[in-house]
Structures are given as C-alpha cells and as structure tokens.
Design a protein. Structure first.
Length: 483
C-alpha cells in the first residue's frame, strides 16, 4: 500500500547496527566489555539504547513471561559506574530498607512450572557465546507488554510506582533514566525503541507517539511497526500533518481507519477511511470487530443507546449492512468496556457494566431491538457490576464475569444457558485476561506464589478450568503474562 511507504523511520536493529556511534561502541567498548564480562562479572552494564547490541533474548519454549522482585548481586549502596555510552550513571537502590536494597525487578520465563531468569546472548567472532545476566545490568525491569509478534519491555533506574490496568501498555520512554526495547518473537532479536523516545501507547503493531513527555498529549503520530530484513521499521500511518489523528485502526483487508477532528471521507485511492471523533454530539461509534472487520454504530442518548450498525465493505469501499448469519464481537465506547456479541439474532451485550440480552432485526439499516425475557421496556440485567474490580469479557462467543473473586461463565449456546450462567469452583481470583479470543487466563495470588488457570468452554457447552501454572516464589510477583 503506497501509504505504508511514506515517512517510514527505519531503526537499525541491535543485531546489525552500523552507525558511527555504535561502531565506536563496538570497537571501544563492546569488544573489551564483553570480553571482560566473560572473565569478570563484577563489571556492570549501564542503561543505554545500545546495551543489547548484537544480543538475543533466550526465551526458550516459555509459556509465560513475568516480572518479579528477586535478589540481586548489586551493592546495597549507590555507586557510579560507566554506562555503555561512556557516561557516568548511578547504581540505584531498588528497595526501601536494608533488606530490600539488593532486590530488583527481573524478567523471568515459566516453562512447565519451572521459573528461569531471562538472559541475553551474543555469538562472538571467536565462536564463543557471551551472556548478559540480569545481575550484570544496573537497571531493573519495569513494563512488560506481549503481542502475537513482539515482547515490549522497559528498563529503568527510577523508582517504580505501578498505577492503572494499562500501565504496561502505555508510556514507553527512552531517556537517561529509562530505556524501551522489544523482542521479535520470531528471531528473539532485541531492538531499541529509542528512535521514538516517547511512545504513548502500544496497540498490537501500532504505536501512538508524542514528541516528548512534556509535549501536547493530543499531538499524536501513529506508526505501524514491522521488521524487515532484520531492521525495525516504523511507518507513519497519517503523513498529512494537517490531519490530527486520535485513533487509528487497520482491518484484516489492510484498510486504514483514522479518527480525527477534520475529515469525514473515504480516500478510495489509498483505502483510507477518515471519520470525525465523538466530540460533543457523540452520535456514532466506530470499532474493530474480533473478525477483523470494521463496524460503525449509530448512538441515541436513550436506551438502548446503540440503534444502528454498519460494516465497512472493503471491495466496494462503502458502509453496508452486516450479515446476520455470522457471529462477531465488537466493542463500543458509550460506556467504558461496552462490548457486543451478535449471534443468531440476539445481541449479548455488556452495556453500562450490565450484561443484557436483546433480540434485534436489521430494517433499512436500523437495528430494531426487543429486550429478551422482560415484558418491560428495559433489558434484564443478568450480571450487575457493583465493584470497580469486577471484570466482564466476551471470549469465543461466551460471556465471562469475574465478580468477588469468582468466575461465572454464560454460554450462549441456548437462551437458558446464556441467562443462568455456570459458576466455577474458583475463589480468590485476582485478575483475568483473554488470550487470542480463545480462552481466559485467571490469576490467583497466594502468599506462597501465583497460580494461573485456563478457563474455557468445552464442546459440550460446559465451562471448565485447568491449572496451567503453580509457581512458588520467595519474591514478590509484579506481573505474569501468557505467551
């Protein structure tokens, strides 16, 4: 697509860096330093964009990656060490109190309940393999975000305060205190993200960028991330700077959808759909479905809120009616976490934190909705969200509800099963996470460690759970994510 070739930023990968600065590092530091690392593990590696020059992450066949606070060989008092760039940087104190000073956040892999610390390896010209352990690094791991193709992470010497459910998906900074990286899951090559020093948000292979931490947060640039010939490439998706994008999506046909404050039009030549953001009127909502198609809602400021729906036709490049013969899930935004499953003439909806069932028909582009099971003009509220920690997800055409530490699954095979729900014999569940729209990962934190359960619906429509991981830690668990 022609647009993808415009304004592309190519970042030379750490495995094949050819800039003068990196050449100097290689000749002046990397050769000597890596040789010293092999023979003298007291040398520490300072935080820099080139600290993993030529290294691969050794992930093995891990089922999960996580960050936990573990014992470190770092000294308990601060001292100054040369960073890879030749600057002086302090070794941080990673904890509060004497017993915590030698602990720091480390990246770990879990394979069949076996936990190992991730190391980074590089093949040397003499045939030997140089290894960087996490105790060699003066910084600690902070953020961890995993997509189908990449593992994003940050290292920092700053104090860490984890706030918000999206903590690991936002604010990937590269400066003197923090550096951001990604691992290509196909090759395990490590790439620096320092060319884009302030990534505001990551969404799959699309990153939303602002110039710096102090700049206008609404001046976004959206890049699509690809790796081509062992180089990481960021392609500017909206090179026309007269347009201010606020959201960007790409559907399964490669059509680009750009929410902005200026245009409502379709660029047929470039296959780009521009649409205005919600603004004050808030009459439409746009969303990418789990089937890879892009949907448009009409919204009324009264129940049932969503009154019409269209899908984008990539062949004829226009909005058209969706098929009622197929099932698909889309997200709304009238309320946070709105989501809809369209299936067999019924909408299984999460609206305003309620799980409701409504029947619908498509007539002249409009949705006509009749509430199920209730004679009144109001939907039946099956699972009411009463606590901010409750969580609702639609996964593989079924509705999962995390409430008060337990999980109830509403199977949409029949009206009755979709209404009554199946409560699983799980308690004390701390968090849930969807995996590839196939099943749920439920996390249970205990004093001795972390348990991970796979929650799914079998071929007979029975909700089940299986223990995936049961790892006992002597250290604090920060985050564990499935691969």
């Amino acid at each position: 697509m022609a647009l993808m070739l415009i304004c592309a930023l190519a970042i030379v990968p750490l495995v094949a860096c050819t800039t003068d600065q990196t050449t100097d590092q290689t000749t002046d530091q990397t050769t000597d330093q890596t040789t010293d690392q092999t023979t003298d593990q007291t040398n520490k590696i300072g935080l820099s964009a080139g600290m993993f020059d030529g290294y691969k992450a050794k992930l093995g066949n891990a089922n999960f990656l996580g960050i936990i606070k573990k014992a470190s060989s770092l000294p308990s008092t601060t001292s100054e060490q040369p960073a890879a760039s030749g600057t002086i940087q302090s070794l941080p104190r990673f904890g509060n109190g004497e017993s915590e000073d030698t602990k720091k956040n480390k990246l770990i892999a879990i394979t069949d309940d076996v936990e190992v610390e991730i190391v980074f390896e590089k093949n040397l010209p003499n045939g030997e393999v140089d290894v960087i352990t996490q105790d060699d690094i003066t910084a600690q791991f902070d953020k961890l975000y995993i997509t189908e193709d990449y593992v994003f992470f940050t290292l920092t010497v700053s104090e860490i305060v984890r706030i918000g459910d999206d903590y690991d998906q936002i604010e990937y900074i590269s400066d003197e205190h923090t550096q951001s990286f990604l691992i290509d899951r196909k090759t395990n090559n490590v790439y620096s993200l320092a060319e884009l020093p302030c990534i505001d948000e990551i969404n799959g292979s699309i990153v939303k960028v602002i110039p710096n931490k102090d700049s206008d947060p609404f001046k976004y640039t959206f890049y699509k991330l690809t790796i081509e010939e062992n180089q990481i490439v960021f392609t500017d998706l909206v090179p026309n700077k007269n347009i201010k994008p606020t959201k960007v999506y790409v559907n399964n046909a490669g059509t680009l959808f750009v929410e902005n404050d200026t245009l409502d039009e379709i660029d047929v030549m470039k296959k780009v759909v521009y649409y205005k953001g919600q603004g004050a009127t808030y009459t439409h909502n746009y969303s990418l479905g789990n089937d890879g198609l892009f949907y448009k809602f009409e919204i009324e400021i009264s129940e049932p809120y969503y009154s019409a729906i269209w899908v984008f036709d990539d062949v004829n490049l226009k909005w058209t009616l969706p098929s009622t013969d197929k099932s698909f899930t889309v997200s709304g935004s009238y309320y946070p976490n709105d989501a809809f499953l369209f299936k067999h003439g019924v909408v299984y909806a999460l609206i305003s934190f309620d799980y409701v069932l409504v029947k619908y028909e498509l007539k002249e582009g409009k949705l006509t909705l009749d509430y199920v099971y209730d004679a009144e003009d109001h939907p039946i509220k099956i699972c009411l969200k009463e606590d901010m920690n409750d969580r609702f997800l639609i996964i593989n055409e079924n509705v999962y509800c995390l409430k008060s530490g337990g999980i109830t699954v509403y199977v949409t095979t029949t009206d009755e099963s979709a209404r009554t729900g199946q409560e699983l014999a799980l308690t004390g569940i701390f968090s849930v996470e969807a995996v590839n729209d196939e099943y749920l990962i439920a996390t249970k934190e205990e004093s001795a460690g972390t348990k991970k359960y796979k929650v799914f619906v079998d071929e007979d429509g029975v909700a089940k759970s299986e223990l995936l991981s049961d790892v006992t830690y002597d250290e604090n668990v920060i985050i564990i994510r499935p691969l």
